[in-house]
Design a protein around this ligand. Structure first.
Ligand SMILES: Cc1cc2nc3c(=O)[nH]c(=O)nc-3n(C[C@H](O)[C@H](O)[C@H](O)COP(=O)(O)O)c2cc1C
Length: 199
């Protein structure tokens, strides 16, 4: 798939077919993730990649769907909330693969010695975006879930992750369900969001 077609096609998909992803496809996607730019030229990433449905289901049990009272959405954002909030667990359960892209960081975010702030976190997100784009190029659906509240610790314990590693997002992959719900996209264009040479 041509690069700009990939960019234009990528959407967050939260409903998946019950279908495995071939190993070679996953390896290409993982390789694309690992080619991302990294702070300090280090690439201190470890991609825990789950394809075993029983492990994926146990992981999903740790994720809580968000409450959402929106019945009749009035904006694309509300539409997204209505689609996304109740599916935080089911989108993991239905997926064929969950990638946990752990990154190493010397000091925790809240440690005063962490002089380099979000550098390692930023690099981890470059990796995440590469995974999402590569998945799109492979005709897969993808979405991220940001672990919240107790989820980061619970996932870390469940997966026996060593100390010093942090998780920016769960990257969830699968073949899109035929009727997968999508909110209207918010229009951010060169015309309405770009400021040439001054604000
Ligand atoms: C930093 C970040 C965090 C996100 N967290 C979640 C999440 O926890 N759960 C979810 O379903 N989608 C999550 N998303 C996906 C967004 O909802 C989605 O990208 C947005 O609605 C735009 O839709 P699109 O991806 O189809 O263009 C996240 C996206 C980003 C960039």
């Amino acid at each position: 798939m041509e690069f700009y077609e990939v960019i234009n096609k990528r959407r967050s998909i939260r409903q998946f077919e019950d279908r495995e992803i071939p190993r070679d496809v996953l390896e290409r996607i993982l390789d694309a993730g690992l080619k991302a730019p990294s702070s300090n030229h280090q690439r201190k990433w470890e991609l825990v990649t789950l394809t075993d449905k029983s492990i994926i289901r146990d992981l999903a049990a740790l994720i809580r769907p968000y409450p959402c009272r929106i019945q009749e959405p009035r904006t694309p954002q509300q539409e997204m909330f209505k689609i996304a909030y109740p599916r935080q667990r089911s989108m993991v359960e239905e997926s064929a693969c969950v990638i946990l892209p752990y990154f190493k960081q010397k000091y925790a975010f809240d440690n005063p010695k962490n002089d380099y702030g979000l550098m390692d976190y930023g690099a981890a997100w470059a990796l995440v975006e590469n995974l999402l784009l590569a998945a799109t190029a492979e005709s897969l659906g993808s979405v991220v879930h940001i672990p919240v509240k107790k989820e980061p610790e619970q996932i870390k314990t469940f997966m026996k992750i060593p100390d010093g590693y942090y998780l920016p997002a769960l990257v969830i992959l699968g073949y899109p369900a035929k009727d997968a719900l999508l909110p209207a996209q918010v229009k951010a264009t060169v015309e309405n969001r770009v400021h040439w040479n001054k604000w």
